[in-house]
Design a protein around this ligand. Structure first.
Ligand SMILES: *Cc1c(COP(=O)(O)O)cnc(C)c1O
Length: 451
C-alpha cells in the first residue's frame, strides 16, 4: 500500500487543459465597467499582455506550456499525491482518502503554477513591472518569486489586516525583491477614497485589486496580474488535476468525489476541471467546492453581473457574488475572502455540475489539527476547509457503511500561519456569522447590465 505516489519530471503536463470548449453553454460576455458594454480584447491591453487575453477566451481545449515555464515547474512539480492511511484509521472509515499536496512549491501553495506563466508572458510582451494584490500573502509571495525568476519588478498591494496577521509573508515577498504596500493605501485614488470614508478600514481583496489595477492602468511599462478568478488562471492550475489523474491511475483508484477549497476558484478549478473532463467518457465524479461560512459566495451569493473589485475599475463578470463592496470578516483563511467567484466555476455551479458547501473556521481548524497529527503536514487555513469537508465525507461513508474514494486538494502548508493555529489552540478563534444584511445592502449596488 503506497503512501506517496510520485511522478517524474518528464510527466509534468506539456499542456494546460482549457475547459471553455467543454462548458455546459456559451460563456456570458465580460462587461466593460465604464461603458457597460461587452469588453473587446483591446480594452484589457492596458493591464494584460495579448497572449493572456487570448488564453482568457480561447476555444482551444489544449494549450502548450512554454518550455521556460515547465523548466521552473520542475523545481517542485510534479507535486506528490498522498494516501492518508493514518487519517483513515483515526476516523475508522472504510473510505480511501487521497490528497494532492501543492504546499511543496517554494511559496508554499498552488499559486506559483499561474504566477510563473503570467510573469513569463508579461516578460515576453516587454513589460518591466507587475502590480498585484494579495490577501493572505500567498499570491503576493508567488508573484514575487515569479518576478524574481524573470527579472521583473513587482509591486504588491497587501490587504491591511493580513499585513499584521501574516508579517512573515511580507518578509518573503521582500526577500524575493517585491515592494509591499498595505492596502487601502494613500498611493491610489481607489485607496484614498476608501480611507476618506473609513480611515481604519482593514482592507479587502476587492479594494487591493482596485489599487493594483489603477497602478497598472496608469503606467505603460506595468501590467496587472491576478492570482485567481480569471479563466487563464484556472487554466494554468490544471497541471494539478492532470497530475492527480495520473497518480490516481498508479494507485489503481479513481475518486468518487474531488474536494477543494474555493476562494476565487483557481485551486478548485485546477484540481477538478481535468476530472470534470472525464465525465465525457462516462465517469461519475462529484466535485465539491468548499468555502468559508463568513464569505459564502457560492452557497449564499447570487448569480449576477458584478464588478471584480470594490472601486468598479475591474471588468464586470457574470458570477456568484456577495456584492463588490461586501467586506468579509477578517478570518484567518485570508485567501478565501473574495466577494466573487470564477465565472467558469459559477457557470458550472449554476448548471448543477458541481456542489458547494461552507464551514466556519473553528470546524476547519479542528479538522486541520486531526490531519496534522495523523499526516504530519500542517495545512494552510484555506486548505483546512477542504480537509474538513474530506473528513466529513469519510465519516459519512462510515455511517453509511460504504466504500468511497475521496481526493482532496491540500492547496498549501500552514507553517506561516501559526498565529491562526495559536488562536485556535487557545480557544480565541471567533466564528463569524456571515452578515445577510450587509450582503443584501451590497447586492443592491450590482451594476445594471443590459445586453
Ligand atoms: C489563495 C489560496 C487559496 C484560494 O485559492 P483560489 O484559487 O483563489 O480559490 C486556497 N489555498 C491556499 C493555500 C491559498 O493560498
Amino acid at each position: 500500500m503506497n503512501t506517496k505516489i510520485l511522478l517524474n519530471e518528464d510527466q509534468i503536463p506539456r499542456q494546460w487543459y482549457n475547459i471553455i470548449p467543454d462548458m455546459p453553454g456559451p460563456l456570458a460576455p465580460v462587461i466593460n465597467p465604464q461603458t457597460l458594454k461587452p469588453i473587446v480584447p483591446e480594452d484589457m491591453l492596458s493591464i494584460f499582455p495579448m497572449s493572456l487575453i487570448e488564453q482568457e477566451m480561447s476555444p482551444q481545449r489544449w494549450i502548450d506550456i512554454p518550455d521556460e515555464v515547465r523548466d521552473i515547474y520542475r523545481l517542485w512539480r510534479p507535486s506528490p499525491l498522498f494516501r492518508a492511511h493514518r487519517l483513515e484509521k483515526a476516523l475508522g472509515t472504510p473510505a480511501k482518502i487521497y490528497y494532492k499536496h501543492e504546499g511543496v512549491s517554494p511559496a508554499g501553495s498552488h499559486k506559483p503554477n499561474s504566477a510563473i506563466p503570467q510573469a513569463w508572458y508579461n516578460k515576453q510582451a516587454g513589460i518591466r513591472r507587475l502590480a498585484t494584490e494579495t490577501g493572505a500573502g500567498q499570491w503576493g509571495t508567488s508573484l514575487a518569486l515569479a518576478c524574481s525568476m524573470f527579472g521583473l519588478e513587482c509591486t504588491i498591494y497587501m490587504v491591511k489586516v493580513s499585513c499584521s496577521q501574516k508579517p512573515y509573508r511580507k518578509s518573503m515577498m521582500q526577500l524575493w525583491g517585491a515592494t509591499v504596500i498595505p492596502s487601502p493605501s494613500e498611493l491610489t485614488n481607489a485607496g484614498r477614497s476608501i480611507l476618506a470614508h473609513d480611515p481604519d478600514c482593514s482592507g479587502s481583496l476587492g479594494i487591493a485589486i482596485s489599487e493594483a489595477v489603477e497602478d497598472a492602468a496608469n503606467h505603460a511599462d506595468t501590467n496587472y496580474a491576478l492570482g485567481s478568478v480569471l479563466n487563464h488562471v484556472c487554466l494554468h492550475q490544471t497541471v494539478i488535476g492532470q497530475e492527480a489523474r495520473e497518480q490516481m491511475k498508479i494507485a489503481g483508484d479513481y475518486p468518487d468525489v474531488v474536494i477543494a477549497c474555493c476562494g476565487g476558484g483557481s485551486n478548485f478549478a485546477g484540481l477538478a476541471f481535468p476530472f470534470i473532463a472525464d465525465r465525457a467518457s462516462g465517469k461519475q465524479v462529484r466535485c465539491l467546492a468548499v468555502e468559508p461560512a463568513s464569505c459564502p459566495t457560492l452557497t449564499k451569493g447570487v448569480y449576477a453581473f458584478d464588478y471584480g473589485d470594490t472601486a468598479r475599475m475591474a471588468p464586470i463578470a457574470m458570477m456568484y457574488t456577495l456584492g463588490h463592496d461586501f467586506v468579509p470578516p477578517g478570518i484567518h483563511a485570508g485567501g478565501l475572502r473574495y466577494h466573487g467567484q470564477s465565472p467558469l466555476i459559477s457557470q458550472l455551479y449554476h448548471a448543477g455540475q458541481i456542489e458547494a458547501k461552507s464551514y466556519k473556521q473553528n470546524a476547519c481548524f479542528e479538522g486541520a489539527l486531526l490531519f496534522s497529527r495523523c499526516e504530519g503536514i500542517v495545512p494552510a487555513p484555506e486548505s483546512s476547509h477542504a480537509v474538513r469537508a474530506a473528513i466529513d465525507e469519510a465519516v459519512l461513508a462510515k455511517e453509511e457503511g460504504k466504500e468511497r474514494t475521496i481526493l482532496f486538494g491540500l492547496s498549501g502548508h500552514g507553517q506561516l500561519d501559526m498565529g491562526a493555529y495559536d488562536a485556535y489552540l487557545s480557544g480565541d478563534l471567533e466564528d463569524y456569522e456571515y452578515s445577510s444584511e450587509l450582503v443584501k445592502q451590497s447586492l443592491e449596488r450590482l451594476p445594471k447590465v443590459q445586453l
